[in-house]
Design a protein around this ligand. Structure first.
Ligand code: MOS
Length: 744
């Protein structure tokens, strides 16, 4: 192994020092001269009409610059009314300040601009607005019979496949049967960093928007379409992000408001949202799921039916794949999947980490546990008996699938064979009820088109750029590793920059596709630099590489050397100097090889084993141990990848035990819209977590063989915990979160 082999190595974050020293700048930290501050006024009602805005009263306050509302928003702000951002579902996107209609609680209805943040906040607190309220509907329970099947969904959404076999008859004839409803409430992303945008006015209608987003290109397109700007006029930058989890996939209203104000006032403007306002622009939808499972005498699945109904807004049909996974995770000939939406007076839901799968697999995997008990089988054994060797939804083989290894390695690490099958049969030395549960999941291994640019200078330093995003997942680091290894340069000689629309285009950071998409673009562009280098190297006096092709050489240790005789080498730095060129610069892009991929179903998988301890008197639950075994293709960096899965497990514990945004239907408003009442785990809630990466090779998914690990780790965690709680207590809970009153 050479010292420039980086892919797969546990590598510390290259952006770590900047983040922990405060050198990393977030969108609301860019200070520009002559900046004005905006404060968003949010609607207190869920539905109705704005009848009067007393803007003059606050405009009279010295230092208040402007009050923007539907009364004075320029028509230019709706340049392209039909525009939908990259991640928009069907329907018509919410247009802030468009008219006097209120469509959801906390809707932005005005933006107060002042010379200081404090004044903007004060002025918005005294701004009087009158409304005519209308009756709102915010309960999905009331809409059980009003579900409809969505038409066009967002990118990546697939309607459930048609039924196969005879699911009704097979269920009726099954030896053992299970039938139940599973429910979870709305959940909000709640990244640490609040949404904010600093728009720098560059003069003559040109702006730079420092915006918290998972996709600068998506936001740039939005601004050009909405405000009729050219791409040169609207540069979008986001270098660091304090967490996204999906909340930054779509352009959020603060970027619209800050840009509107900057263009109108011809000066720089910053708009930041409050924690409470972070609950006003998208959430994991409140979902009701119904499952029916039946088994044959040999413990194989005879029938599987899964139906989901979730909320959407009045103006968009938000879609996610909730039930499709149930048709592919297990072998079953008789399957019926249903998926419906119901319209409520809420904001459009929004992708939240493993959207659809995190919740669909929760219901499926709890139902599978119930089925295993009904059939008298060990839950792990039951799953292995029903292992799917191919994707029955698409009738295609998997490009690779090491879920069986996840089951076996996870179970071995956890000690599953020591489990006593009977509920309420295990106790620890303190009299706590001990429960062991397991579950798992499947997620897409996808790739999007992405581009990158590389510049190698005569000093031997390489700069690679791409307009990709970095949610905090480790993108800076893995791209640096890929570039360094591809050109055989020491990692210190490589800089990777992202998050700027001046760089080559990249997709939003989401869907766990960044490593595959941007990673392949980075690999390609570095190989292109390598080809140019080799050309120059061959022209050097007495070059040992004379006549060599790219296949004959390797880039290692700052050298280009012959594979068959590594002593025959030239030093990369010498090549550029001998060539007389000051730099090599090249662009490249990557996209999926559709022809190669067409015959296959491409997915990552995981298996989760959880231990809980439940106080038999108090009903308190502690998640004492979790093992998460993940098969996600090649792991580029075992350190950042492990951190991703650790974060997923923490979130899964949170989803199982704590998280829920509760709607007060009287007001049509989330009542716990703050960190005090929207509970997430603290250190004391988290105990042992083990992450296993199962070896999985796949040359179909992309040249790097990576499947992405940002989302798959969350699957099965909440279900494994729920199943463990059943095992500990004998109480089957089908509604998240597992508050202790459900156990008493
Ligand atoms: Mo992810 S929910 O695609 O950011």
């Amino acid at each position: 192994m050479s010292n420039t082999t980086y892919i797969g190595k546990p590598t510390s974050r290259v952006d770590g020092p900047a983040k922990v020293t405060g050198a990393a700048k977030y969108s609301a930290e860019f200070n520009v001269p002559n900046m004005a501050y905006g404060w968003v006024v949010s609607s207190p009602i869920a539905k109705g009409t704005i009848t009067k805005i007393y803007a003059d009263e606050v405009l009279a306050l010295p230092g208040v610059v402007q009050v923007f509302s539907h009364e004075n928003v320029p028509s230019l702000a709706w340049f392209d009314r039909n525009y939908k951002d990259d991640v928009a579902p069907g329907g018509s996107p919410f247009r802030p300040l468009h008219d006097n209609k209120v469509k959801f609680s906390q809707q932005p209805v005005a933006l107060v601009i002042a010379e200081t943040l404090e004044l903007a906040r004060y002025a918005s607190s005294v701004l009087r607005i009158e409304y005519e309220e209308e009756k709102h509907e915010t309960s999905i329970e009331d809409k059980r019979d009003d579900g409809f099947e969505p038409g066009r969904g967002k990118t990546g959404w697939m309607p459930p496949p048609p039924p196969r076999g005879n699911p009704d008859k097979a269920w009726e004839n099954a030896t053992h049967r299970v039938e139940a409803e599973y429910v979870h409430g709305a959940q909000h992303h709640n990244p640490m960093e609040m949404f904010g945008t600093t728009v720098e006015w560059r003069g003559e209608g040109k702006i730079t928007a420092y915006d918290k987003t998972q996709g600068v290109v998506n936001v740039q397109q939005y601004l050009t379409k909405i405000f009729g700007l050219s791409k040169d006029d609207a540069r979008v930058v986001n270098l660091f992000m304090g967490g996204g989890f999906g909340s930054g996939l779509r352009p959020q209203y603060q970027v619209f408001l800050a840009t509107l104000a900057a263009l109108e006032l011809k000066r720089s403007v910053r708009v930041t949202l409050t924690r409470q306002q972070m609950f006003s622009f998208g959430h994991r939808p409140h979902t009701l799921q119904y499952l029916k499972l039946g088994t044959n005498p040999d413990g194989t699945l005879a029938a599987l039916q899964h139906h989901a109904l979730h909320e959407t807004s009045q103006f968009e049909d938000y879609t996610e794949n909730v039930v499709n996974w149930s048709g592919m995770l297990y072998q079953c000939e008789n399957v019926k999947l249903g998926y419906q939406l119901a319209k409520l007076d809420v904001f459009t839901p929004l992708d939240m980490r493993a959207p659809g799968a995190a919740t669909g697999s929760f219901a499926l995997e709890v139902a599978m546990d119930e089925m295993a008990y009904a059939a008298g089988l060990d839950p792990l054994d039951f799953r292995i008996r029903n292992y799917a060797e191919k994707d029955q939804n698409m009738d295609k083989p998997f490009s690779s699938k090491k879920l069986r290894d996840c089951y076996h390695q996870g179970a071995a690490k956890f000690g599953w064979d020591q489990r006593n099958h009977e509920p309420r049969s295990m106790q620890d030395e303190n009299g706590m009820l001990v429960g062991w549960g397991m579950a798992g999941g499947v997620w897409d291994a996808s790739m999007q088109k992405a581009a990158a640019k590389a510049t190698l200078t005569a000093d031997g330093k390489l700069l690679v750029t791409s307009a990709a995003g970095e949610n905090g997942t480790g993108t800076y680091t893995i791209m640096t590793q890929i570039a360094a290894q591809t050109l055989g340069l020491p990692i210190e000689a490589v800089t990777f920059k992202l998050g700027d629309t001046d760089f080559p285009e990249a997709p939003v950071q989401g869907g766990s596709w960044t490593a595959a998409s941007v990673g392949t673009a980075v690999k390609n562009v570095c190989e292109a630099v390598g080809e140019k280098l080799l050309k120059f190297a061959k022209k050097m006096d007495g070059s040992p590489l004379d006549g060599a092709s790219m296949d004959d050489v390797e880039f290692v240790n700052g050298q280009i050397r012959l594979r068959k005789d590594p002593n025959q080498a030239v030093v990369i730095r010498d090549v550029l100097q001998a060539s007389g060129e000051s730099k090599i610069e090249t662009d490249s892009s990557a996209m999926p090889n559709y022809l190669k991929q067409m015959p296959y179903s491409m997915h990552s998988h995981n298996a989760v084993f959880a231990e809980v301890k439940v106080d038999p008197d108090l009903g308190t639950v502690h998640v004492t141990r979790v093992v998460n075994a993940v098969a996600a293709g090649r792991i580029l960096n075992t350190k950042t990848a492990r951190s991703q899965v650790l974060g997923s497990v923490v979130w899964g514990i949170s989803m199982a035990m704590m998280e829920e945004t509760v709607m007060d239907h009287k007001f049509g408003r989330y009542m716990n819209h703050n960190y005090a009442e929207y509970h997430v785990p603290v250190n004391a809630d988290i105990h042992d977590i083990d992450v296993i990466f199962v070896e999985e090779e796949d040359d179909i998914v992309n040249p790097l063989g990576v499947k992405g690990i940002g989302e798959v780790g969350l699957l099965g965690v909440a279900a494994a915990i729920t199943n463990a709680v059943y095992h500990a207590t004998g109480k089957r809970v089908r509604e998240l979160p597992l508050y202790l009153d459900k156990l008493l």
